[in-house]
Write a protein that binds this ligand. Structure first.
Ligand SMILES: [Zn+2]
Length: 89
């Protein structure tokens, strides 16, 4: 019984456009970094994170345009939910 309880991790769902992503916190230990893993139904996943330098995502769009735009749709969506912190600063 205890085994089942520890294995049953809660997972959030996040919809971007027509795609539902599973949204799971990435535990990185103490410190200001916050990160979330977004997994698409086809299994592809991206890690969205925030550190003292700003936001980052592993998707192609962010790697290509993120430095200029500062965010991709994944970052924008996670931020809009207030899950990355720092929105007020
Ligand atoms: Zn992205």
């Amino acid at each position: 019984m205890a085994d089942t309880a520890t294995k049953a991790r809660p997972v959030l769902a996040l919809r971007i456009g027509d795609v539902w992503y599973a949204l799971e916190p990435v535990v990185q230990g103490p410190g200001p970094v916050k990160a979330w893993k977004l997994t698409k139904p086809d299994g592809e996943s991206y890690c969205v994170s925030r550190d003292q330098w700003g936001y980052a995502c592993e998707c192609f769009g962010f790697l290509r345009w993120g430095e200029r735009r500062g965010e991709c749709k994944h970052i924008a969506s996670v931020r809009s939910l207030g899950l990355l912190g720092g929105e007020r600063g």
